[in-house]
Design a protein around this ligand. Sequence first.
Ligand SMILES: Cc1cc2nc3c(=O)[nH]c(=O)nc-3n(C[C@H](O)[C@H](O)[C@H](O)COP(=O)(O)O)c2cc1C
Length: 512
Amino acid sequence: MAWWLIVLIVIGVLLLGVAIHDVTQKRHAILRNFPVVGHLRYLIEAVGPELRQYIVADNDEERPFSRDQRRVVYATAKQENAYFGFGTDNDIDRDGYLIIKHATFPITTPIDKKATLPSAKVMGEWRDRPHKFRPESFVNLSAMSYGSLSAPAVEAINRGCKISGAMHNTGEGGISDHHRHGADLMFQFGTGYFGCRDANGNFDLDQLVESVNSANVKCIEVKLSQGAKPGLGGVLPGKKVTPEIAKARGVEVGKTVYSPNAHTAFGDVDGLIDFIESIAGATGVPVGIKSAVGQIGFWTELTERMNARGEGPDFVAIDGGEGGTGAAPLAFSDHVALPFRMGFARVWREFAEADLHQHVSFIGMGKLGFSSEALVASTLGCDMIGVAREAMLAIGCIQAQECHAGHCPTGIATHGSWLTRGLDPTDKSVRLANYLTGLRSDITKLSYACGAMHPTLVARDAVELIDEPYGSMPLAERYGFTGEDNRLSPGQAADLAEIMRAQASLAVTAAH
Ligand SMILES: Cc1cc2nc3c(=O)[nH]c(=O)nc-3n(C[C@H](O)[C@H](O)[C@H](O)COP(=O)(O)O)c2cc1C
């Protein structure tokens, strides 16, 4: 018999087998009704997100990150041409569209591409913490734990941060060996107290001090909530608790661990302030909080109590409701917590009303890893920004949105050894460093175009939003800012300007 006939018979038998299975099974109506061809629907559903982004979606359509945004990150990370030709393809007069107003006489000093672009404030200065410091980089890595990310991904991020002078936030999974490749760390913990818990899962200050002293920890972040899933606890299934993850988190190998939806170490605002002060007292490093913004009463009370006591967090990190996560229910990702600009502005205004805004460092997160968004964040009052998913893109993420499923095709958000072996931490660390330095340089270029040497020195009224049909509105007005633009005290502004002048003169010398 001819070989092709044998092949046809085998295929026919296989298809018949599939058809019999489909019509007799009861789980999927589509397969019962459309045996064999019904499988196409599942195939297309499975590869839909990947196909859409390459074929169907237009340049600005996709979420969380549009094709244009992804292209900027990829090209910057690979040091390829990140420019766009022929002019914008956006409707630049649609409602809410962002307009940055340039100065007629921009700053002309050369930009040192490697310069770090420091934070606008010294973190921990107000409370005079023993290890207060001015973070070197305006752009830092936002929290992503070892557990939600693979070992080579965490290593690539840590090395990339080290190369570029950015700070690496550990995420709430403790400090693993992959966090120990030289970058400055912001140690984060949440309600699971991973890396600082006792055998019963309660907060343990001695354990925290031990963790902090064991690594390059520059500051500590108490996570109250994150934008993608505020007010939600977490479960780490036993099968994911490998010896390495167990060691970093301080939990038992193979045993399921639960993070409650609220802290057990404190239960009200005064308790939170006591908690922060005791941690700062025991470690000497600045201590801050990370939160998404929901009901505003907490912030009013926090600023009132901080003012009354003269104590409290050294920094406040605000995550937008548009923020990312490894896994969350859709209702939480889509609907719980305010978007970054609105939420941040509400919180910043509370601090300004209490006259505390110049004492506290502000960090913003929520799709801010693009120069225009970073500039907006700084005019709203951010002293630094954090990037998470943009950093994932820089190390190769293709936005397959499979983080929750454990089979991320790029080896970033998975622990499958076959998938993670594709991610080379050394190569990807350079990509991340290129992205971080490139972004900082782009933010500086925008600031220069607006006539200022640093994004925080750009006047707040340099940003407007289109207000259909025929007008536009200053960003400050849209987000309820009144009074003078006093994000920094005159002393803070003078110090920052001095640092930027010194950096610029180094760049001039290097250029000659
Ligand atoms: C895979 C992944 C894991 C994350 N893990 C944490 C975490 O452990 N703690 C936390 O506070 N936020 C976590 N986040 C949220 C990010 O730190 C960040 O706040 C959010 O994604 C917004 O930043 P982006 O828009 O630059 O991604 C995670 C986000 C992602 C995508």
